[in-house]
Design a protein around this ligand. Structure first.
Ligand SMILES: Cc1cc2nc3c(=O)[nH]c(=O)nc-3n(C[C@H](O)[C@H](O)[C@H](O)COP(=O)(O)O)c2cc1C
Length: 368
């Protein structure tokens, strides 16, 4: 049987296969509340047979959102809508997690198709962003407010309250968003963190907020609930910023405080058009997941330009990662799991798809 379709149990949660929907912002929320778009969007993947999924970056505070249209989990009233997304996956036997996020200095932005740029300060929709240091994401972006010690403690507390709401909503696992230049990554990276207190300077100090958030969430969620952390494994800036060796150190620290899986992404600390920005090729982040898995001895999820069944199978079968997160390929083909099962020699459509679809579909068999 293909490794991609082997069950995986982490703490008390079993993934029926290794294919996970990568977190993908939909910019379709109203005041942080899930809307019909979210239910339709997630139903496609649940019915397509994925083993797990992550709900998009969800703001732990209103100013922790990336855009005004991002999902939120700062209010108990957000729980009901999120619970409907959970139920959509549970009906199909898939594990469902949520990515808890604070956008930091990259918040107060427009959606990608509106430019993905800072909302002008005079616009009533804009808000004051926060960061480790008063360093703007880009020279045309507003300078963020540098968080003081008590404000940092408030952020940790907001992550914990958000995690508790995720438990109430019925999520199987939680992912901390520590990537893509958002608040936690902006503390870890020396590009955006020039603090001189216990949250800046040494690598240990820059990682401190991430480790504190992971520690506090671990203490607040059930023992059987897996905790994921999405990291930007490199800053993609030649001769500056975070390297893979830094990511290994971070992964070891996170493992010590109860993180179960490192979701291995990259980049986001600087605008992509920055001169010297390292560009990615197909599957280029898979090597990050492999090295962190080996050196930090922690489970990993590989992500980034994984589009082919054989490629996904190789990631799992060769021990590079324990799960594969897929984003854009699932937007293009929400039945990727079905396609992969056929390509990897599984003959029964109902192995992946619900009976109501599988009854009418047959994988092609070679003519005998
Ligand atoms: C529409 C869209 C929204 C995204 N939103 C998020 C997000 O909320 N959180 C996150 O960590 N990454 C986000 N990403 C990045 C994806 O999770 C994924 O890491 C990236 O697209 C690379 O994987 P892929 O090549 O399979 O798409 C988003 C990507 C897309 C295409």
């Amino acid at each position: 049987m293909a490794s991609l379709f082997a069950h995986l149990t982490i703490r008390g949660v079993t993934f029926k296969n290794r294919i996970v929907v990568s977190p993908m912002c939909q910019y379709a929320a109203i005041d942080g509340f899930a809307t019909d778009w979210h239910f339709d969007h997630h139903a496609r993947f649940a019915l397509g047979g994925v083993g797990g999924a992550l709900v998009e970056a969800t703001g732990i505070t209103p100013d922790g959102r990336i855009t005004p249209d991002c999902l939120g989990i700062w209010d108990d009233r957000h729980v009901d809508g999120l619970a409907r997304i959970v139920a959509t996956y549970h009906r199909q036997g898939a594990a469902i997690g949520i990515q808890l996020s604070h956008a930091g200095r990259k918040g107060s932005s427009t959606a990608p198709w509106q430019g993905g740029w800072a909302i002008p300060a005079e616009d009533p929709a804009a808000w004051q962003t926060v960061a480790p240091s008063p360093i703007a994401y880009h020279e045309d972006w507003p300078v963020p407010h540098a968080l003081n010690k008590s404000e940092i403690a408030d952020i940790v507390a907001a992550f914990v309250e958000a995690a508790k709401r995720a438990v109430t909503a019925g999520f199987d696992f939680v992912e901390i968003h520590g990537a893509h230049g958002y608040l936690l990554h902006s503390f870890v990276s020396p590009v955006s963190n020039q603090r001189t207190d216990r949250y800046g300077g040494t690598a240990e100090n820059r990682m401190r907020l991430s480790v504190e958030v992971a520690t506090a969430i671990r203490a607040a969620i059930p023992e059987g609930m897996p905790l994921f952390y999405r990291a930007s494994c490199i800053d993609r800036i030649p001769d500056a910023g975070l390297t893979l060796a830094d990511a290994v150190v971070l992964a070891k620290a996170l493992k010590t405080v109860g993180v179960d899986v490192v979701d291995c992404s990259a980049g986001g600390i600087l605008v992509r058009t920055n001169p010297g920005h390292i560009q990615e090729g197909p599957g280029f982040q898979i090597g990050f997941a492999a090295r962190i898995r080996e050196e930090a001895e922690i489970a990993t999820m590989a992500v980034g330009a994984i589009t082919e069944p054989e490629q996904a199978e190789d990631v799992i079968a060769s021990g590079k990662a324990d799960l594969v997160a897929i984003g854009r390929e699932l937007l293009a083909d929400s039945n990727f799991a079905h396609r992969a099962a056929g390509a990897l020699g599984i003959e029964r459509p109902d192995f992946v798809l619900p009976e109501r679809y599988a009854f009418y579909l047959q994988f092609r068999r070679p003519a005998s």
